[in-house]
Design a protein around this ligand. Structure first.
Ligand SMILES: C[S@@+](CC[C@H](N)C(=O)[O-])C[C@H]1O[C@@H](n2cnc3c(N)ncnc32)[C@H](O)[C@@H]1O
Length: 296
């Protein structure tokens, strides 16, 4: 059998098993199993031996059973970083890349503010005195992307899940990133000694508990529930983070939070009530209010 035939029959099998993007998934899994890129596959359409054929079948069975594609492949691309993922850690989503992009803009803008204040200073800044905190860090994707962008800054990432912290540390090594430290513990707990940060980011669990049962099987049966569950109304973590956040920010420090669908007004209100100012919300590519930014 040739590779393209295997992709076609795998796609039919995945479709029958209820996988939405069956052709895309069949193709990605078969290419992953064969260890070749798409261009070569379509130009050469190589013959596949029995070993490769059963390897492809094993991967397709896992996908047909609802396991997310990213867990099977074992990694995702996140702003040019290769982030390893597997059971017990949330798969980074494209909207979270937006959170990082906004955070980068904020740091650069604030740096201009600092430079402006120190007008007579000719120092060249490499963000050397900056420290950032990423709460609910999971795979470490946000912390690592910030660490890569600001190699002189010190980034801390915290998560209650030992498994997530293990992945995050592994991802730092995998991407050769040194200026990041991952600490196990609840929210600000492990960061207590560091006290003042220039920036706090978080993509917290934000799904209302009653909605979890209605999520796609790839999410509800496979991704860790502690990464999803935001309490009865989905807002528990925003309340906890925003009520304490200002105490951990330096003057002019900012917080950036990823938001769930329809949560922007409530979270804006929580931020306002917690004393934050200059609150703004940015939409994602689907036009959904996705990132809230506020100054401490
Ligand atoms: C929505 S996931 C975000 C993961 C990652 N930051 C991302 O964007 O892909 C939320 C994360 O919060 C963690 N978490 C849950 N409760 C927590 C707590 N009390 N303190 C710190 N992290 C917590 C979960 O383990 C999970 O990794």
């Amino acid at each position: 059998m040739r590779l393209l035939d295997a992709i076609k029959s795998s796609s039919d099998y995945l479709e029958k098993s209820g996988v939405e993007d069956s052709l895309v998934d069949a193709e990605l899994l078969a290419l992953h199993a064969a260890g070749i890129d798409r261009l070569r596959a379509y130009m050469d359409n190589p013959e596949i031996d029995r070993r490769l054929s059963s390897k492809i079948n094993r991967l397709m069975k896992r996908r047909a059973g609802g396991e997310p594609l990213q867990y099977i492949i074992g990694q995702v691309d996140f702003l040019g970083l290769r982030i390893r993922v597997g059971k017990g850690v949330l798969i980074p989503r494209p909207e979270t890349e937006l959170l990082v992009q906004e955070a980068i803009k904020t740091v650069k803008r604030n740096e201009l503010w600092v430079m402006g204040k120190e007008k007579n200073s000719s120092r060249i800044t490499h963000y050397a005195s900056r420290s950032f905190l990423d709460l609910c860090t999971g795979s470490g994707c946000i912390a690592l992307a910030l660490a890569k962008e600001f190699p002189g800054a010190r980034i801390y990432g915290t998560d209650v899940s030992a498994r997530a912290i293990k992945y995050a540390k592994g991802n730092a090594d995998y991407n050769g990133i040194k200026n990041v430290m991952f600490l196990k513990g609840s929210l600000f707990g492990p960061a207590k000694e560091h006290i003042a940060f220039d920036l706090i980011t978080a993509n917290p669990p934000y799904i209302p508990t009653p909605d979890i049962a209605g999520l796609q099987r790839e999410i509800k049966d496979w991704e860790p529930v502690e990464a999803l569950n935001g309490g009865k109304d989905g807002l528990d973590f925003y309340r906890k983070i925003l009520s304490k956040g200002r105490g951990y920010l330096k003057e002019h420090g900012c917080i950036l939070l990823e938001l769930g669908f329809g949560q922007s007004e409530d979270v804006r209100e929580i931020a306002r009530g917690s004393g934050f100012k200059n609150i703004s919300v940015k939409k994602d590519f689907a036009g959904i209010d996705r990132i809230l930014e506020a100054e401490g």
